[in-house]
Write a protein that binds this ligand. Structure first.
Ligand SMILES: [Fe+2]
Ligand SMILES: [Fe+2]
Length: 474
């Protein structure tokens, strides 16, 4: 195993050339991936030169190389984090045993399901974002969009490698399926709900990379604990790429807010919308939407699957070693559970069964940290408005609160009261039309920004403000 990534047809650090059968299978999948990328990847930019980072090593420091590349020539490949010597399973019933280098027969179906579910989200997000380049607010943002897109493509490679190398014919069939499903398609949708939602403008893109990529971070952190060592090492390297996606989301939202505050100050009535900006209550509605659909991705609050994954050592808690006790037996999680009469009652749920909720709690705290930064910006400008995370019961489509009319504070309303106030809490068709009306034209002039967003504090890799991140081919 080497931390350096080869220059082979499929770049890798797993000595792929030593396994001819696997290499041939992946080389047969590669052109199908490129076909998918050209069909479903960013539309209208495939011939342009984009200033992108590519992994050249999996070392903690300096793993990326920055240069211009056409997206179809991006070096997608297989990059695993270095192995940890004598690694043991850190939780569940198999705690203390050596980690698995091959898939244990009794966990084969569960592992395949975990890998396919994770893998399906990666191409799905590329599909959701494929038209955004045509309305980009700047070349800087256009480049960031494409960086996120090519790395999601790379994450698909990461999961396909596991399927091909460890799951035989089933794995190869699943790898084909990952290229066949389509985000939002009625007949062959992507597996998870949030990945079928339209991401039709840049405000949704920043909310997606803030909230939905952050779900990805927590899923990867839980899988990084896996007793299946190849999955752990794959997800550990994916996490280093994922950090940039959340940076794009967080700084994107901060820049929207900064610009909104500038426009409010300029306007006699503090009305950002009057100045062609995105007002803070509207931003709150988009936060509510993307936060709630991302909460669904963690799965049911009470889940026998989650319990089984934990028991068998397939999926742990985020940073399992920080917990004192690792079997999660004879422990309980207090949860507000809807009763038959429509009220909520506190119930003690066996901890293993509540593992999705344990992971969701970490996600909620992490989501709040960025919101605190946004609220500091608003406070410093002298305004009273504060962005809030809704109750985890609000607008849920999965789990024990699914379809119940809770308000953002978590109070259960009548269906009529909820419907009457829905447009105060979630983006309406008018909101969608307004946000899109701000983003009808792309901005390709180096250094220029759309009116509704502030410039970034610094460029990528210290590039100057007017750096040409994307060289358009006329
Ligand atoms: Fe990803
Ligand atoms: Fe991501």
């Amino acid at each position: 195993m080497s931390s350096v990534i080869t220059n082979d047809r499929i770049p890798n650090n797993v000595h792929l050339a030593d396994d001819r059968k696997l290499q041939r299978a992946l080389e047969a999948w590669q052109p199908r991936f490129i076909d998918w990328w050209c069909d479903m990847g960013p539309e209208g930019f495939q011939q342009d030169q984009i200033y992108l980072r590519t992994a050249t090593s999996v070392d903690a420091k300096g793993w990326a190389h920055f240069d211009y590349v056409k997206m179809p020539d991006y070096r997608w490949g297989i990059f695993l984090a270095d192995p940890v010597q004598d690694r043991k399973i850190g939780f569940g019933d198999n705690m203390g045993r050596d980690v698995w280098q091959t898939v244990p027969g009794e966990h084969r179906n569960a592992l395949r399901r975990l890998i396919v579910t994770q893998g399906d989200t990666e191409p799905a997000s590329v599909e959701q974002q494929r038209l955004l380049g045509k309305t980009c607010p700047s070349l800087y943002d256009l480049r960031n969009l494409f960086q996120v897109n090519v790395e999601e493509g790379r994450h698909l490679w990461a999961m396909v490698y596991l399927l091909h190398s460890h799951f035989g014919r089933d794995g190869r069939e699943e790898a084909e399926g990952l290229l066949e499903r389509r985000s939002g398609d009625e007949d062959k949708p992507r597996i998870l709900g949030a990945f079928n939602e339209p991401c039709s403008h840049w405000l949704s893109f920043f909310c997606f990379t803030y909230f939905t990529d952050r779900d990805g971070k927590y899923q990867l952190l839980a899988l990084a604990e896996s007793g299946f060592d190849a999955l752990s090492r794959t997800t550990r390297f994916m996490l280093t790429e994922e950090a940039h996606h959340m940076f794009v989301g967080e700084t994107g939202l901060l820049r929207v807010i900064q610009r909104t505050l500038e426009l409010m100050e300029k306007n006699p009535n503090d009305d950002a919308r009057d100045e062609g900006g995105i007002d803070l209550p509207m931003l709150q509605r988009y936060v509510n939407l993307w936060y709630s659909v991302s909460l669904d991705l963690f799965g049911g609050e009470i889940s026998s699957n989650a319990a089984a994954y934990f028991a068998s050592g397939l999926k742990g808690r985020c940073k399992e070693s920080k917990f004192e006790e690792h079997t999660a037996l004879d422990q309980f999680y207090e949860m507000q559970v809807p009763q038959d009469d429509g009220t909520l009652a506190t119930e003690e749920i066996p901890l293993r069964t509540a593992m999705n909720e344990v992971l969701r709690d970490e996600y909620v705290d992490d989501s709040q940290r960025g919101l605190d930064k946004m609220n500091r910006l608003i406070a410093e400008a002298g305004y009273d408005f504060r962005l809030k995370l809704a109750s985890t019961r609000f607008n849920r489509a999965a789990g024990i609160y699914a379809g119940m009319p809770f308000d953002p504070e978590g109070n259960l309303l009548s269906k009529e009261d909820f419907d009457a106030r829905k447009n105060d809490w979630l983006p309406s068709e008018e909101d969608e039309a307004y946000v899109k009306s701000l983003m009808t034209e792309p901005i390709y002039e180096p250094g220029k920004m759309a009116n509704w967003i502030a410039a970034p504090n610094r460029g990528i890799k210290g590039a100057p403000a007017d750096f040409e991140y994307v060289k358009r081919q006329a």
